[in-house]
Design a binder for this molecule. Sequence first.
Ligand code: SF4
Ligand code: SF4
Length: 465
Amino acid sequence: MQPLHSVFGSGPDNAESSKRHFPQERATLHDAGSSTNEPKTPEPMHSIPARGGIDYDESPFLAIWEVTQSCDLACKHCRAAAQPIAHPDQLTNAEGKALIDQIADLHIPVFVFTGGDPLKRSDVFELIRYAAAKGVHVALTPSATPLLTREAIFKLKEAGLVRLGISLDGSTPEIHDAFRGLPGAWARTIQAIEWANEAGIPIQVHSTISRHNALDLDNLCALFEKLAIVMWNVFFLVPVGRGQLADLLSGEEFEQVFGKIYELSHRVSFQIKTTEAMHYRRYLLQHNLEERKFSHAHGNGHGPRTANHEPRQHEPGPPTDRSSSVGYEPGAPTADAQARSHAWVTRRVNDGKGFMFISHTGNVYPSGFLPIHAGNIRETPLADIYRNAPIFKALRDTARLRGKCGACEFKEICGGSRARAYALTGDPLAQEPCCIYQPRNWHPREEGEPAAICQPALATPLVTL
Ligand code: SF4
Ligand code: SF4
């Protein structure tokens, strides 16, 4: 996603609040500085700047507000285990506006209204209008229900919505509707995207990748091209809420899907972002290095290549002189690849690091998939929770990562999904369970750690490249 605005202030004062209150956290946050987690080699990427100069210790790049948990659908993987009726204690209109004021004060570039179904709140248009007046750019992720009418979409546009994020998990009704638990959901989603195009709202499609659709990605992208979306947000399952462990891909399967996404990123017209697959950045870095080596070895152009290694036409190459390119990073994707891959734009963002989630009742979490309660905005200012809650501070400190993530040379741009580590091990600082990469200085036998936790054996690969 392109930055929604370019104002990246330093944020409000970091003064301690007299109303500060953090809940007790679980004993899984071990002390920092374990010798097994000390980096054994100099970190090659420790100085990579955060997106747009944001100091992620002070302010996130992205905040998500679950405006309600009410939803008329019953998706199999639903993080929120959403219900039709709103919780009686969800944030009121006045509390929502007070939250928007804090988002504005923090200059958070991207603020997302999610759910549940945000359209189940009758004041959602008023809240978007209020945010727009404060200079806060709101994106919204509605559910594909009868509430998502052409009239509602045009009303969202009129209120100031800058982007619509809508879920589409399969290229056919059979795949999507089975996953969403509602016949007709696919057709309604396609119709909503067409209305949003008509209204002039940029469309971002969210797809949750699991065993039900991992073989459908080519067809999905062909459909996305026809629908003129601007971004595809690929979610990788975290088994929380109604998410099933049995649907989770293995470490090898993650790599296969990464390969497919990387290949697709070379030929689709929209950007691709990943969610809860921080190790796609490692994959991206490794393969961009390979592309450069290939280009230099063959001396026939520096541009990125298609999957069959043919040079792409009319594309700029990587900088050949570091001094000529401000911000050049060794091994970083080319400018063209960066433009195609939002995964690189948000390098370093992780659960609790550049990212926060505010629940329908005001509870704050490092992610919607990481249910460790860090505080409540009814008791503690949002900035105070983000900057000072122990769980947020621990998650931003890569020296505290355990297992092979703690030893990994990619941990500053990756660090693994903290939510998935927590979901599978109960420890938010444990190694990413679904990464097969073996860090250079990590010796699992000495460390007493498994190479990867999530490695079910499959007879056939999920994705054929
Ligand atoms: S549409 Fe979203 S909130 Fe509603 S059940 Fe599905 S995943 Fe949950
Ligand atoms: S070992 Fe951890 S930090 Fe390294 S690439 Fe895998 S998930 Fe990322």
